[in-house]
Design a binder for this molecule. Structure first.
Ligand SMILES: Cc1cc2nc3c(=O)[nH]c(=O)nc-3n(C[C@H](O)[C@H](O)[C@H](O)COP(=O)(O)O)c2cc1C
Length: 320
């Protein structure tokens, strides 16, 4: 199986920014990386444009995730992102937050597959890179396979090759986004059945997958897996993705080497004015499970507060 979506790291607001993706690229070269969701409004009005930056030398394959529901705006943003060199544009049809619902995009779009279809087509017409969709299995009380199959049948077209599905419904009222990632039960079977129903699509499963062993079990049934919280909270779990998932050689770096290279990156970023809070926040979990994980986290916090990584760097490395 040659899909480069076999292992993906999920888009996560406030998490999978350019620095976090740099960290992941020190650990795995083959995982497919996703940016945080960037809204069409932010791009068109020129806000948060730095969120679109990526490191073209090391980050590929990397997708930008767009949030929006206006086909014209999405097409404009798709052109901008394609010109920047992204490998893929992913449309967010899974976010349940109230802010996003007010903008009529995210998960509520699952109730309007015709509009999703228009959005996908509008982007496909203006760029040649793949457009993909990340959705839920359903919304509110509709967690049945008929709802999901109907949604997919209305958005599918020959150029849409990949669908990423978070295996939970999105409850649009009464649950916070965080609760929406915990309370609705995971229904992996609903995602698995898409493989038979839509054999032409590459199906990537997401939600609650903890590690590489679990990923490999899912890969018996679907084309790819996407993991969010577990690699963010414990980045070293992806250190053997390249060998175990892609039959490639791992990057061969140990935790100390990765931390040392990442801290050099943080120092270089700081010299360009990037605050330590935005770079060091991604490594709180780098020695998760080790005996001094707590003191490691404390020292990172202190370093962020005192802005003195030059002084604490060696001690941090000695702790992993
Ligand atoms: C802090 C946080 C931010 C997230 N931001 C996004 C986002 O911008 N776009 C998106 O499609 N999903 C977002 N998600 C959802 C994840 O991509 C993923 O679908 C979800 O966490 C389930 O996967 P997991 O159990 O592997 O974490 C976010 C999740 C978290 C925890």
């Amino acid at each position: 199986m040659s899909s480069n979506h076999r292992f993906c790291i999920a888009p996560m607001m406030q998490c999978t920014d350019i620095h976090d993706r740099y960290l992941f690229r020190l650990i795995t070269k083959r995982s497919f990386l996703y940016t945080e969701m960037v809204t069409t409004g932010a791009i068109i009005h020129g806000r948060c444009l730095e969120q679109l930056n990526f490191n073209s030398e090391i980050e590929h394959p990397v997708a930008v995730q767009l949030g929006g529901s206006d086909p014209y705006d999405l097409a404009e943003c798709a052109k901008i992102c394609s010109n920047l060199g992204y490998d893929e544009i992913n449309l967010n049809v899974g976010c349940p937050s109230e802010r996003v619902q007010k903008g009529s995009f995210g998960a509520c779009l699952m109730q309007d597959p015709e509009l999703v279809n228009d959005c996908i087509k509008a982007m496909q017409e203006v760029v040649s890179i793949p457009i993909t969709v990340k959705c839920r299995i359903g919304v509110n009380e509709r967690d049945d396979v008929d709802f999901l199959n109907n949604f997919v049948s209305k958005i599918i077209n020959p150029k849409l090759k990949t669908l990423i599905v978070h295996a939970r419904v999105a409850i649009l009222k009464g649950l916070t986004p965080r609760q929406n990632r915990q309370i609705p039960p995971l229904k992996y079977e609903n995602v698995y059945q898409l493989v038979t129903e839509f054999p032409e699509l590459e199906i990537v499963i997401n939600g609650g997958i903890k590690d590489i062993d679990e990923s490999i079990q899912h890969l018996d049934k679907v084309d790819g897996v996407m993991l969010g919280r577990s690699p963010y909270d414990n980045p070293m779990i992806v250190s053997n993705v390249d060998s175990r998932i892609f039959n490639d050689s791992d990057m061969g770096k140990d935790r100390k080497m990765i931390l040392s290279q990442y801290l050099d990156y943080c120092l270089a970023q700081a010299s360009r004015g990037q605050p330590y809070s935005s770079t060091l926040k991604h490594i709180f979990g780098l020695n998760r499970g080790l005996k001094n994980a707590k003191s490691f986290r404390r020292l990172i916090l202190k370093t962020i507060q005192e802005k003195n990584l030059e002084t604490t760097k060696d001690e941090l490395i000695s702790m992993v």
